[in-house]
Design a protein around this ligand. Structure first.
Ligand code: KG4
Ligand code: ZN
Length: 406
Protein backbone atom coordinates (compact mmCIF):
# COMPACT_ATOMS: atom_id res chain seq x y z
CA UNK A 1 0.00 0.00 0.00
CA UNK A 2 1.42 3.38 -0.83
CA UNK A 3 1.75 6.44 1.35
CA UNK A 4 -1.21 8.29 -0.20
CA UNK A 5 -3.76 5.54 0.25
CA UNK A 6 -2.64 4.59 3.74
CA UNK A 7 -2.84 8.07 5.15
CA UNK A 8 -6.12 8.96 3.62
CA UNK A 9 -4.96 10.56 0.40
CA UNK A 10 -4.95 14.05 1.84
CA UNK A 11 -2.50 15.90 -0.39
CA UNK A 12 -2.41 18.70 2.12
CA UNK A 13 -1.35 16.37 4.90
CA UNK A 14 1.30 14.73 2.77
CA UNK A 15 2.73 18.05 1.66
CA UNK A 16 2.92 19.18 5.25
CA UNK A 17 4.74 16.02 6.28
CA UNK A 18 7.22 16.27 3.45
CA UNK A 19 7.97 19.96 3.84
CA UNK A 20 8.22 20.17 7.63
CA UNK A 21 9.77 16.79 8.20
CA UNK A 22 12.10 16.37 5.28
CA UNK A 23 14.06 13.72 7.21
CA UNK A 24 11.08 11.38 6.86
CA UNK A 25 11.46 11.02 3.11
CA UNK A 26 14.97 9.71 3.49
CA UNK A 27 15.50 6.03 4.16
CA UNK A 28 14.82 5.63 7.87
CA UNK A 29 13.37 2.76 9.81
CA UNK A 30 11.94 2.13 13.27
CA UNK A 31 12.72 -1.03 15.21
CA UNK A 32 10.01 -2.12 17.66
CA UNK A 33 10.42 -4.43 20.66
CA UNK A 34 7.56 -6.03 22.63
CA UNK A 35 8.03 -8.05 25.85
CA UNK A 36 5.12 -6.89 28.04
CA UNK A 37 3.65 -10.32 28.72
CA UNK A 38 4.51 -13.71 27.20
CA UNK A 39 5.49 -12.85 23.63
CA UNK A 40 8.96 -11.70 22.61
CA UNK A 41 8.32 -9.67 19.46
CA UNK A 42 10.37 -7.48 17.16
CA UNK A 43 9.64 -5.73 13.86
CA UNK A 44 11.10 -3.08 11.57
CA UNK A 45 8.95 -0.55 9.72
CA UNK A 46 10.40 1.83 7.14
CA UNK A 47 9.73 5.53 6.62
CA UNK A 48 6.80 4.73 4.33
CA UNK A 49 5.09 2.70 7.07
CA UNK A 50 5.84 -0.59 5.34
CA UNK A 51 6.82 -3.67 7.30
CA UNK A 52 10.37 -4.77 6.43
CA UNK A 53 10.66 -7.75 8.77
CA UNK A 54 9.35 -9.24 11.99
CA UNK A 55 9.99 -12.08 14.42
CA UNK A 56 7.90 -13.43 17.25
CA UNK A 57 8.62 -15.99 19.94
CA UNK A 58 5.50 -17.09 21.77
CA UNK A 59 5.77 -18.67 25.21
CA UNK A 60 2.18 -19.86 24.91
CA UNK A 61 2.82 -23.63 25.04
CA UNK A 62 5.04 -23.38 28.10
CA UNK A 63 2.42 -21.35 29.99
CA UNK A 64 -0.33 -23.71 28.82
CA UNK A 65 1.60 -26.58 30.44
CA UNK A 66 2.08 -24.56 33.64
CA UNK A 67 -1.61 -23.67 33.84
CA UNK A 68 -0.94 -19.93 33.50
CA UNK A 69 1.85 -17.37 33.19
CA UNK A 70 4.51 -17.61 35.90
CA UNK A 71 6.29 -14.22 35.75
CA UNK A 72 9.78 -15.62 36.51
CA UNK A 73 9.43 -18.21 33.77
CA UNK A 74 8.21 -15.53 31.33
CA UNK A 75 11.20 -13.34 32.19
CA UNK A 76 13.70 -16.19 31.70
CA UNK A 77 12.21 -16.98 28.30
CA UNK A 78 12.30 -13.31 27.22
CA UNK A 79 15.93 -13.13 28.35
CA UNK A 80 16.87 -16.24 26.38
CA UNK A 81 15.12 -15.08 23.22
CA UNK A 82 15.39 -11.33 22.91
CA UNK A 83 18.83 -11.19 21.35
CA UNK A 84 18.08 -13.71 18.61
CA UNK A 85 14.62 -12.28 17.93
CA UNK A 86 16.07 -8.80 17.34
CA UNK A 87 19.03 -9.99 15.28
CA UNK A 88 16.81 -12.31 13.18
CA UNK A 89 14.56 -9.35 12.42
CA UNK A 90 17.51 -7.17 11.42
CA UNK A 91 18.90 -10.00 9.24
CA UNK A 92 15.55 -10.53 7.51
CA UNK A 93 15.36 -6.79 6.78
CA UNK A 94 19.00 -6.84 5.64
CA UNK A 95 19.74 -4.00 8.05
CA UNK A 96 22.02 -3.39 11.00
CA UNK A 97 21.22 -1.27 14.05
CA UNK A 98 23.24 1.54 12.42
CA UNK A 99 20.53 1.80 9.75
CA UNK A 100 17.78 2.19 12.35
CA UNK A 101 16.49 5.67 13.24
CA UNK A 102 14.94 4.88 16.61
CA UNK A 103 14.05 1.98 18.88
CA UNK A 104 10.42 1.77 19.99
CA UNK A 105 9.85 -0.39 23.05
CA UNK A 106 6.85 -1.24 25.24
CA UNK A 107 7.40 0.26 28.70
CA UNK A 108 3.85 0.04 30.12
CA UNK A 109 1.56 -1.57 31.19
CA UNK A 110 2.51 -5.22 31.62
CA UNK A 111 4.29 -7.75 33.79
CA UNK A 112 7.22 -5.85 35.36
CA UNK A 113 9.67 -8.74 35.00
CA UNK A 114 8.78 -9.10 31.31
CA UNK A 115 8.77 -5.35 30.54
CA UNK A 116 12.19 -5.01 32.17
CA UNK A 117 13.80 -7.36 29.65
CA UNK A 118 12.64 -5.31 26.66
CA UNK A 119 13.59 -2.02 28.27
CA UNK A 120 17.05 -3.22 29.26
CA UNK A 121 17.78 -4.57 25.81
CA UNK A 122 16.44 -1.44 24.08
CA UNK A 123 18.59 0.78 26.31
CA UNK A 124 21.68 -1.35 25.62
CA UNK A 125 21.18 -1.02 21.87
CA UNK A 126 20.33 2.66 22.10
CA UNK A 127 23.46 3.47 24.14
CA UNK A 128 25.75 1.41 21.98
CA UNK A 129 24.50 2.77 18.65
CA UNK A 130 23.46 6.24 19.89
CA UNK A 131 19.82 5.92 18.84
CA UNK A 132 16.78 7.54 20.44
CA UNK A 133 14.16 5.43 22.23
CA UNK A 134 10.43 5.83 21.63
CA UNK A 135 8.50 4.62 24.72
CA UNK A 136 5.31 2.74 23.84
CA UNK A 137 2.08 2.17 25.76
CA UNK A 138 0.98 -1.41 25.00
CA UNK A 139 -2.74 -0.57 24.78
CA UNK A 140 -2.16 2.47 22.57
CA UNK A 141 -0.21 0.20 20.24
CA UNK A 142 -3.12 -2.29 20.12
CA UNK A 143 -5.51 0.58 19.41
CA UNK A 144 -3.52 2.16 16.57
CA UNK A 145 -2.16 -0.81 14.63
CA UNK A 146 -5.38 -1.10 12.59
CA UNK A 147 -4.28 2.13 10.85
CA UNK A 148 -1.45 0.19 9.27
CA UNK A 149 -3.84 -1.61 6.93
CA UNK A 150 -6.92 0.61 6.90
CA UNK A 151 -7.55 4.24 6.21
CA UNK A 152 -8.88 5.12 9.67
CA UNK A 153 -8.95 8.81 10.53
CA UNK A 154 -8.76 10.34 14.00
CA UNK A 155 -10.87 10.52 16.08
CA UNK A 156 -12.29 7.00 16.27
CA UNK A 157 -13.84 4.73 18.86
CA UNK A 158 -11.79 1.75 19.97
CA UNK A 159 -12.83 -1.41 21.80
CA UNK A 160 -9.80 -3.19 23.16
CA UNK A 161 -10.46 -6.78 24.20
CA UNK A 162 -7.59 -9.02 25.22
CA UNK A 163 -6.27 -11.37 27.85
CA UNK A 164 -5.29 -8.50 30.12
CA UNK A 165 -7.64 -5.67 29.20
CA UNK A 166 -11.13 -4.66 28.24
CA UNK A 167 -11.80 -1.01 27.53
CA UNK A 168 -13.62 1.49 25.36
CA UNK A 169 -11.84 4.71 24.40
CA UNK A 170 -11.81 7.48 21.85
CA UNK A 171 -8.48 7.71 20.02
CA UNK A 172 -8.17 11.43 19.32
CA UNK A 173 -4.62 11.30 18.12
CA UNK A 174 -1.52 9.15 18.32
CA UNK A 175 -0.92 10.15 21.94
CA UNK A 176 -4.35 11.43 22.95
CA UNK A 177 -7.04 9.07 24.21
CA UNK A 178 -10.24 9.48 26.21
CA UNK A 179 -11.21 6.49 28.33
CA UNK A 180 -14.98 5.81 28.40
CA UNK A 181 -15.11 2.45 30.15
CA UNK A 182 -12.96 -0.39 31.45
CA UNK A 183 -13.31 -3.73 33.17
CA UNK A 184 -14.13 -3.69 36.87
CA UNK A 185 -12.53 -7.11 37.29
CA UNK A 186 -11.11 -9.49 34.70
CA UNK A 187 -10.71 -9.35 30.91
CA UNK A 188 -12.66 -11.52 28.43
CA UNK A 189 -9.55 -13.41 27.24
CA UNK A 190 -8.67 -14.19 30.85
CA UNK A 191 -12.20 -15.61 31.35
CA UNK A 192 -11.93 -17.75 28.20
CA UNK A 193 -8.51 -19.05 29.24
CA UNK A 194 -9.68 -19.97 32.77
CA UNK A 195 -12.94 -21.56 31.65
CA UNK A 196 -11.23 -23.53 28.84
CA UNK A 197 -8.80 -24.90 31.43
CA UNK A 198 -11.59 -25.93 33.80
CA UNK A 199 -13.51 -27.53 30.93
CA UNK A 200 -10.30 -29.49 30.18
CA UNK A 201 -10.58 -28.58 26.49
CA UNK A 202 -6.86 -29.05 25.98
CA UNK A 203 -7.24 -32.76 26.72
CA UNK A 204 -8.64 -33.05 23.19
CA UNK A 205 -5.88 -32.97 20.54
CA UNK A 206 -7.51 -30.26 18.40
CA UNK A 207 -7.44 -27.83 21.35
CA UNK A 208 -4.13 -28.86 22.86
CA UNK A 209 -1.94 -26.19 21.26
CA UNK A 210 -4.25 -23.22 20.90
CA UNK A 211 -5.21 -20.46 23.34
CA UNK A 212 -8.26 -20.79 25.59
CA UNK A 213 -10.08 -18.17 23.54
CA UNK A 214 -9.43 -19.96 20.27
CA UNK A 215 -10.50 -23.26 21.84
CA UNK A 216 -13.77 -21.73 23.07
CA UNK A 217 -14.47 -20.34 19.59
CA UNK A 218 -13.75 -23.67 17.91
CA UNK A 219 -15.86 -25.63 20.41
CA UNK A 220 -18.72 -23.12 20.07
CA UNK A 221 -18.73 -23.61 16.29
CA UNK A 222 -19.83 -27.22 16.93
CA UNK A 223 -22.70 -26.31 19.28
CA UNK A 224 -26.19 -27.59 18.59
CA UNK A 225 -28.26 -26.20 21.44
CA UNK A 226 -26.57 -23.40 23.38
CA UNK A 227 -29.90 -22.09 24.69
CA UNK A 228 -30.03 -24.85 27.33
CA UNK A 229 -27.64 -22.66 29.33
CA UNK A 230 -28.99 -19.38 30.67
CA UNK A 231 -26.34 -16.75 31.42
CA UNK A 232 -26.70 -13.21 32.79
CA UNK A 233 -26.06 -9.93 30.94
CA UNK A 234 -23.31 -8.38 33.12
CA UNK A 235 -23.87 -4.89 34.57
CA UNK A 236 -27.29 -4.68 32.90
CA UNK A 237 -28.46 -2.25 35.61
CA UNK A 238 -25.49 0.10 35.29
CA UNK A 239 -25.88 2.87 32.72
CA UNK A 240 -22.18 3.20 31.94
CA UNK A 241 -19.60 1.68 29.60
CA UNK A 242 -17.73 -0.45 32.12
CA UNK A 243 -17.34 -4.20 31.83
CA UNK A 244 -17.38 -7.16 34.18
CA UNK A 245 -16.60 -10.80 33.45
CA UNK A 246 -16.26 -12.39 36.91
CA UNK A 247 -20.01 -12.96 37.35
CA UNK A 248 -20.29 -14.46 33.89
CA UNK A 249 -17.29 -16.72 34.52
CA UNK A 250 -18.78 -17.92 37.83
CA UNK A 251 -22.14 -18.63 36.15
CA UNK A 252 -20.41 -20.66 33.39
CA UNK A 253 -18.39 -22.62 35.95
CA UNK A 254 -21.54 -23.36 37.99
CA UNK A 255 -23.18 -24.83 34.87
CA UNK A 256 -20.01 -26.80 34.17
CA UNK A 257 -19.80 -28.26 37.68
CA UNK A 258 -23.52 -29.05 37.74
CA UNK A 259 -23.17 -30.96 34.46
CA UNK A 260 -20.03 -32.72 35.70
CA UNK A 261 -21.99 -33.98 38.72
CA UNK A 262 -24.98 -34.91 36.60
CA UNK A 263 -22.82 -37.03 34.25
CA UNK A 264 -20.52 -38.32 36.98
CA UNK A 265 -17.49 -36.89 35.16
CA UNK A 266 -14.13 -37.87 36.60
CA UNK A 267 -10.48 -37.26 35.69
CA UNK A 268 -9.81 -36.15 32.12
CA UNK A 269 -13.27 -36.45 30.59
CA UNK A 270 -15.26 -33.47 29.32
CA UNK A 271 -18.98 -32.85 29.75
CA UNK A 272 -20.97 -33.84 26.65
CA UNK A 273 -22.52 -30.34 26.44
CA UNK A 274 -19.13 -28.57 26.36
CA UNK A 275 -19.72 -27.08 22.88
CA UNK A 276 -23.11 -25.68 23.88
CA UNK A 277 -21.68 -24.15 27.05
CA UNK A 278 -18.85 -22.51 25.07
CA UNK A 279 -21.38 -21.09 22.61
CA UNK A 280 -23.58 -19.80 25.43
CA UNK A 281 -20.55 -18.08 27.01
CA UNK A 282 -19.59 -16.52 23.67
CA UNK A 283 -23.14 -15.25 23.14
CA UNK A 284 -23.27 -13.71 26.62
CA UNK A 285 -19.84 -12.11 26.10
CA UNK A 286 -20.88 -10.71 22.72
CA UNK A 287 -24.10 -9.29 24.18
CA UNK A 288 -22.17 -7.58 26.99
CA UNK A 289 -19.58 -6.11 24.60
CA UNK A 290 -22.27 -4.91 22.17
CA UNK A 291 -24.36 -3.43 24.99
CA UNK A 292 -21.48 -1.31 26.33
CA UNK A 293 -20.23 -0.30 22.87
CA UNK A 294 -23.76 0.76 21.94
CA UNK A 295 -23.78 3.16 24.90
CA UNK A 296 -20.27 4.42 24.08
CA UNK A 297 -21.47 5.30 20.57
CA UNK A 298 -24.39 7.24 22.09
CA UNK A 299 -22.06 9.03 24.55
CA UNK A 300 -19.71 10.02 21.71
CA UNK A 301 -22.67 11.32 19.71
CA UNK A 302 -24.11 13.32 22.62
CA UNK A 303 -20.72 14.87 23.43
CA UNK A 304 -19.49 15.45 19.87
CA UNK A 305 -16.50 13.18 20.43
CA UNK A 306 -16.88 11.54 17.03
CA UNK A 307 -17.94 13.78 14.12
CA UNK A 308 -20.77 12.44 11.92
CA UNK A 309 -18.39 11.78 9.02
CA UNK A 310 -15.94 9.83 11.22
CA UNK A 311 -18.14 7.07 12.59
CA UNK A 312 -15.52 4.35 12.96
CA UNK A 313 -15.08 1.55 15.49
CA UNK A 314 -11.76 -0.28 15.77
CA UNK A 315 -11.80 -3.63 17.59
CA UNK A 316 -8.37 -4.81 18.68
CA UNK A 317 -6.54 -7.11 21.12
CA UNK A 318 -6.38 -10.92 21.08
CA UNK A 319 -10.13 -11.43 21.60
CA UNK A 320 -10.83 -9.35 18.47
CA UNK A 321 -9.72 -12.47 16.52
CA UNK A 322 -13.03 -14.01 17.53
CA UNK A 323 -15.33 -14.00 14.51
CA UNK A 324 -18.44 -14.54 16.55
CA UNK A 325 -17.78 -11.45 18.69
CA UNK A 326 -16.70 -9.42 15.67
CA UNK A 327 -19.87 -10.35 13.77
CA UNK A 328 -22.04 -9.25 16.70
CA UNK A 329 -20.21 -5.91 16.78
CA UNK A 330 -20.59 -5.63 13.01
CA UNK A 331 -24.37 -5.97 13.40
CA UNK A 332 -24.26 -3.10 15.91
CA UNK A 333 -22.15 -0.96 13.59
CA UNK A 334 -24.48 -1.58 10.64
CA UNK A 335 -27.36 -0.44 12.81
CA UNK A 336 -25.52 2.67 14.04
CA UNK A 337 -24.08 3.57 10.63
CA UNK A 338 -20.51 2.98 11.88
CA UNK A 339 -17.62 1.52 9.90
CA UNK A 340 -15.99 -1.35 11.76
CA UNK A 341 -12.33 -2.36 11.49
CA UNK A 342 -10.01 -4.87 13.06
CA UNK A 343 -6.38 -5.61 12.34
CA UNK A 344 -5.51 -8.96 10.73
CA UNK A 345 -5.53 -11.74 13.42
CA UNK A 346 -1.75 -11.79 13.67
CA UNK A 347 -1.79 -8.10 14.63
CA UNK A 348 -4.68 -8.46 17.10
CA UNK A 349 -2.64 -10.61 19.49
CA UNK A 350 0.63 -9.31 20.97
CA UNK A 351 3.40 -8.74 18.42
CA UNK A 352 6.37 -6.51 17.63
CA UNK A 353 4.74 -4.99 14.53
CA UNK A 354 2.25 -2.91 16.52
CA UNK A 355 5.12 -1.51 18.60
CA UNK A 356 7.18 -0.59 15.52
CA UNK A 357 4.03 0.91 13.93
CA UNK A 358 3.31 3.01 17.01
CA UNK A 359 6.96 4.08 16.97
CA UNK A 360 6.60 5.06 13.30
CA UNK A 361 3.42 7.06 14.00
CA UNK A 362 5.19 8.93 16.81
CA UNK A 363 8.43 9.41 14.86
CA UNK A 364 6.78 11.09 11.90
CA UNK A 365 5.02 13.48 14.28
CA UNK A 366 8.09 14.09 16.46
CA UNK A 367 6.42 12.74 19.61
CA UNK A 368 8.21 10.98 22.50
CA UNK A 369 11.64 10.75 20.92
CA UNK A 370 13.87 10.29 23.96
CA UNK A 371 17.66 10.43 24.23
CA UNK A 372 17.86 10.75 28.02
CA UNK A 373 17.59 7.00 28.57
CA UNK A 374 17.73 7.26 32.37
CA UNK A 375 14.43 9.14 32.33
CA UNK A 376 12.69 6.03 30.97
CA UNK A 377 11.29 3.32 33.20
CA UNK A 378 8.70 0.56 33.08
CA UNK A 379 5.25 0.76 34.70
CA UNK A 380 3.13 -2.28 35.57
CA UNK A 381 -0.16 -0.42 35.32
CA UNK A 382 -0.91 2.65 33.32
CA UNK A 383 -4.37 3.97 32.44
CA UNK A 384 -5.13 4.80 28.84
CA UNK A 385 -5.55 8.56 28.28
CA UNK A 386 -7.88 11.01 30.01
CA UNK A 387 -10.43 9.29 32.23
CA UNK A 388 -14.03 10.19 31.26
CA UNK A 389 -15.59 7.22 33.04
CA UNK A 390 -17.23 9.41 35.69
CA UNK A 391 -18.77 11.60 32.95
CA UNK A 392 -20.19 8.48 31.29
CA UNK A 393 -21.62 7.28 34.62
CA UNK A 394 -23.17 10.72 35.28
CA UNK A 395 -24.73 10.82 31.81
CA UNK A 396 -26.80 7.70 32.70
CA UNK A 397 -27.64 7.04 29.07
CA UNK A 398 -30.48 4.50 28.91
CA UNK A 399 -29.75 1.71 26.45
CA UNK A 400 -31.93 -1.17 25.40
CA UNK A 401 -29.76 -4.01 24.15
CA UNK A 402 -30.03 -4.11 20.40
CA UNK A 403 -31.64 -7.28 18.99
CA UNK A 404 -28.85 -9.67 18.10
CA UNK A 405 -29.48 -12.78 16.07
CA UNK A 406 -26.93 -14.95 17.87
O1 KG4 B 1 -3.73 -9.29 23.00
P1 KG4 B 1 -3.24 -10.59 23.55
O2 KG4 B 1 -2.27 -11.39 22.73
O3 KG4 B 1 -2.57 -10.42 24.93
C1 KG4 B 1 -2.92 -9.43 25.84
O4 KG4 B 1 -2.49 -8.26 25.69
O5 KG4 B 1 -3.69 -9.81 26.77
O6 KG4 B 1 -4.54 -11.47 23.84
C2 KG4 B 1 -4.45 -12.80 24.27
C3 KG4 B 1 -5.86 -13.28 24.62
C4 KG4 B 1 -5.88 -14.65 25.27
O7 KG4 B 1 -6.62 -14.59 26.45
C5 KG4 B 1 -6.57 -15.53 24.23
O8 KG4 B 1 -7.32 -16.58 24.80
C6 KG4 B 1 -7.46 -14.54 23.51
O9 KG4 B 1 -6.66 -13.35 23.43
N1 KG4 B 1 -7.82 -14.98 22.17
C7 KG4 B 1 -9.10 -15.20 21.78
C8 KG4 B 1 -9.03 -15.68 20.44
N2 KG4 B 1 -7.73 -15.70 20.07
C9 KG4 B 1 -7.00 -15.26 21.14
N3 KG4 B 1 -10.25 -15.07 22.44
C10 KG4 B 1 -11.38 -15.41 21.78
N4 KG4 B 1 -11.40 -15.88 20.51
C11 KG4 B 1 -10.26 -16.03 19.81
N5 KG4 B 1 -10.29 -16.49 18.56
ZN1 ZN C 1 -1.83 -7.17 24.33
Amino acid sequence: MNFVSRFGGSKCLIKRLCVNKSRYISNQSILGIETSCDDTGCAIINDQGDLLAESLHSQHLMHLRNGGIIPDVAQDLHRSNIKSIVSNTLDKAKLTVENISAIAVTLRPGLPLSLAVGMKYAKQLARRYKKPIIPIHHMEAHALVARMHHNIKFPFLVLLISGGHCLLAVAQNVNKFKLLGESMDSAPGEMFDKVARQMKLRNLPEYSKISGGQAVELAASKASNPHIFKLPLPLAEYKDCNFSFNGLKTAVLLHLHRKEKEHDIVAHRLIPEVNDLCAAMLMATSRHLVHRTQRAIAFCHNNNLIPPDNKQLVVSGGVACNNYIFNALTTLCNEMDYQIYRPPPKLCTDNGIMIAWNGFEKWRRNIDIVTDYDSLDIKASSPLGENLIQDVISAKIPMKLMKLKL
